[in-house]
Design a protein around this ligand. Structure first.
Ligand SMILES: Cc1cc2nc3c(=O)[nH]c(=O)nc-3n(C[C@H](O)[C@H](O)[C@H](O)COP(=O)(O)O)c2cc1C
Length: 178
């Protein structure tokens, strides 16, 4: 099959795993929320997640200061709010109020859980050795919450600028797994 050359600037869109999440942070009496899709699992247990948080974002300073966050996993019904949180800075705006997202107290960390998300992962930053080079923070999930009614959550996955894939069909291949 003939293939066309892809500009290197577009490679991320083939690999970007999703789901797009909402990262909440809090420090010095202020909390914030941003959209994030550059993240990856690094370990099963304790669960470790690598997250790229740009130093151009207000969240970066809050994350560096507090060394804590919550990774909130939204579904397609609030996709417009997610995009809003990814296109506005919390430096000057209360994004919870602006986009109608409900912050709730977490059990272990200061950053809030987002009520409208079907799962919430309370995290502590455990490794910052790659922050200066890649702005990659390694987080350990210290408490996890999930809506028991969310059987097949329709998460959103960033494909390219402004396009998202919605999780849909589920297939079961358990008999083929080791
Ligand atoms: C779908 C989507 C995914 C994004 N993924 C990331 C990401 O992985 N890392 C990052 O630093 N910014 C990411 N952004 C950009 C931030 O969400 C955006 O810069 C936001 O305005 C930062 O908010 P803040 O300044 O309040 O922290 C993403 C934006 C969108 C719309």
């Amino acid at each position: 099959m003939p293939k066309r050359s892809l500009p290197l600037s577009k490679v991320y869109a083939l690999i970007e795993p999703g789901p797009v999440v909402l990262l909440t942070t809090a420090a010095a009496g202020q909390s914030n929320v941003m959209a994030m899709s550059w993240h990856t699992m690094l370990e099963f247990e304790p669960p470790l997640i690598g997250c790229v948080v740009s130093n151009r974002n207000h969240s970066y300073g809050l994350l560096k200061k507090s060394r804590e966050c919550v990774i909130n996993i939204p579904t397609v019904d609030i996709a417009d709010k997610v995009v809003g949180c990814g296109n506005t800075t919390g430096a000057r705006t209360d994004k919870f109020g602006k986009f109608g997202l409900t912050p709730c107290p977490a059990a272990v960390v200061q950053a809030p859980l987002i009520e409208e998300c079907y799962a919430n992962l309370e995290c502590r930053v455990v490794d910052t050795s790659l922050v200066s080079k890649y702005m990659l923070f390694v987080m350990e999930v210290v408490k996890a919450w999930v809506d028991p009614k969310a059987k097949y959550p329709r998460t959103i996955h960033h494909l390219r600028y402004g396009s998202f894939m919605v999780a849909g069909e589920t297939i079961k291949l358990r008999s083929k797994m080791r």
